[in-house]
Design a protein around this ligand. Structure first.
Ligand code: CDP
Ligand code: CDP
Length: 224
């Protein structure tokens, strides 16, 4: 079974996707972490964020892996644990440029489909319902106001122990810029699939969002 969760930055996708995967015994796949890992690889190799050829060659030499270590989701590039590094503001600021490169998308989408072909998955990202898993049994599109998403992002960085000098207004601006770039790129832009269920989480708790998605999953099972 495939459950696709898409939406703009900090709408709560990964938080609820993780909980739902745990409840159902499915594998959670954070596709944003994969594009962030590509960006870290570019950064560490001092590559231009638009240099597709060089980035693809570096990604080939540093295999991106999502692993669960002691119950925690970790992201590796080769032997390096980049779980913390992928959340840094510098990565957030440049990931949209890297993720817009067609070769990078092709490589990541192929890896994502491979994983989804082997196991039951809850996958979150921007193009899961539209491109990566167009036949997913359940498609969810999470949205929330930019202000509440900025507040969530600020709290999230604090909770992850990541120090950032960005003010709330700066975080909101950088989220809006990223959403704009993600929605306007040529290849598989951020877009609600026609058959996705949209949920506005602005005023919802994490539990309420999880319950709403579980209800959609139950509904889809009845329809089979
Ligand atoms: O967690 P947050 O919402 O900040 O973003 P993310 O899910 O970690 O994704 C980071 C970036 O990766 C996005 O802004 C997109 O540029 C890109 N991305 C994508 O292009 N396609 C996906 N399926 C997932 C992420
Ligand atoms: O994956 P995405 O970027 O869409 O968002 P996230 O990283 O799951 O959520 C960002 C932050 O918002 C996390 O700290 C969540 O705990 C929080 N959150 C919330 O406060 N209320 C919700 N309904 C969903 C998420």
């Amino acid at each position: 079974m495939q459950i696709a969760i898409d939406g703009p930055a900090s709408a709560g996708k990964s938080t609820v996707a993780k909980i739902i995967a745990q409840k159902l015994g499915f594998t959670y796949i954070d596709t944003g972490a994969m594009y962030r890992a590509c960006t870290v690889i570019a950064q560490e190799n001092q590559l231009d964020y638009g240099d597709e050829e060089a980035i693809l060659a570096a990604v080939d030499q540093n295999q991106i892996e999502l692993k669960v270590v002691d119950g925690e989701q970790k992201v590796f590039t080769g032997k390096n644990d980049v779980t913390q590094a992928i959340r840094m503001p510098e990565v957030s600021a440049n990931v949209s440029q890297v993720s817009a490169l067609s070769g990078v998308r092709e490589k990541m989408v192929s890896l994502q489909r491979q994983m989804a072909g082997k196991m039951n998955v809850v996958m979150d990202g921007r193009d899961i319902g539209t491109t990566v898993l167009p036949h997913a049994e359940v498609k969810i599109f999470l949205v929330a106001s930019a202000k509440s998403r900025a507040q969530r992002r600020m709290l999230d960085l604090k909770q992850r122990g990541i120090k950032s000098s960005q003010t709330l207004a700066e975080i909101e601006e950088s989220i809006k810029q990223r959403d704009y770039k993600d929605s306007h790129r040529k290849i598989s832009p951020l877009k609600k699939a026609p058959d996705a269920v949209e949920i506005d989480t602005t005023k919802m708790s994490i539990e309420q969002v999880v319950d709403a998605i579980l209800a959609e999953i139950a509904k889809s099972q009845k329809n089979i």
